[in-house]
Design a protein around this ligand. Sequence first.
Ligand SMILES: [Zn+2]
Length: 366
Amino acid sequence: MSRRSTPTSNARAAALLRDRAASQRSPQKRRAYERAADAVLALDHPLESCLGSDGRLRKIPNVGPSSERVILEVLRGDSAESAVRAIAMAGGNTRGPGTADSHQHFLASADVAEALGNSTLEGPTLDDYQGDLQMHTTWSDGTVSVAQMADACRSRGYAFCAITDHAHGLSVAGGISMQELDDQKQEIDAINRRLRGRFRVIKSIEANILADGRLDLTADELAQVELVVAAPHSALRPDADQTERMLRVVSTPGVHILGHPRGRKSGVRPGLRANWTRVFAQAAKTGVAIEIDGDPRRQDIDFALARDAAAAGCFFALDSDAHAAFVDIAIAHARLAGLPPARIVNCWPLEWLLKWMRLRSTSTDQ
Ligand SMILES: [Zn+2]
């Protein structure tokens, strides 16, 4: 079988199934389409290989007859019609949930496996990857402790990880107060003492980007941590262009990483619109890394936009955004974009990473 460097039909079919789910009134039907979308995303082979010579789909668990019809439309290449119908069902809004636009350039499991195993691609490998720079713990909305996260990263062979619980401005995600952050720092210091020389936990935070591009933390508060991921979690549905908002973030002293820049979420919202070329050019100038967020529902930025950021000269951060899972999706996007490991801060030796972090922390240039 020839090697692919473009995604399979799996993600496209899953996207249309999610669109169908979003347009159902009946909770049962909605759940059935959602389950089918999840099943297709998790398949380890292309849907094309499930097509029998009789033109029917071989049995896929959790995919019923209605979902099968959607998949067959995609495989026969007439899914444009489905997309138009879904848009019509979403009230003609071409950027809302239930539109093809909200799932652009998503990867399914089969795509991730193929990108990681395809030796003709030039991006980073799993072995190049040294550590995850966006992870959440029980201090905010994660499910595991700092120590458990560090152990999981060590078992993956990482050299470092950053603990980036949500800042206190984000109360919906159980944001961490400055007092709690202080307690967390002591916990991290103890872990680093225990693992000295073998692993390094980086004290970090995920700040929320407000509607005007300011953060939910003051400059003094930002200075309390070693690494700041700034990411949008509110004002995610404005019609207006968000270029100025994002330019302000990548020009803010003390910010290291622009996290999941568009704030898109599969089946929920398509994400912010901005002149990303201008945002990337400014980020390249200030040395702020652009994140490829590996959360399966986010995949933000994706491989296509990553190519634009690479052309602008940006650094990248490939993160799991783990509340539990890991980073393979982000690495797959980076490989499809052909990003050189030297531009990916997670692939740097710890010493380089710490040096870049300190440079950004103390930088005043905008
Ligand atoms: Zn986030």
